[in-house]
Design a protein around this ligand. Structure first.
Ligand code: ZN
Length: 76
């Protein structure tokens, strides 16, 4: 379930050409939730930011993100 930062950026690139599958985008979204480096990167990177907008990530509240994170940790 966990992906590396390298995979995350690869999926991000693919998604810009609409080549990423739903599952890949989901994994990327989850990665950004637990990976501080990529979360930081996504703030700087407008392409990843627009991807996150598309994925609805930015519409989540901090509380929602915490819940998702906790839920994810339970499953791992
Ligand atoms: Zn990362």
């Amino acid at each position: 379930m966990k992906i590396t930062c390298e995979e995350a950026s690869h999926i991000c690139t693919k998604s810009q050409y609409n080549e990423a599958s739903f599952w890949e985008v989901l994994k990327l979204r989850l990665h950004v939730l637990y990976c501080k480096a990529c979360a930081k990167y996504s703030k700087k990177n407008t392409q990843l930011t627009s991807l996150c907008d598309k994925a609805g990530l930015t519409s989540l509240t901090e509380n929602d993100k915490e819940c998702m994170k906790r839920d994810l940790e339970k499953r791992l």
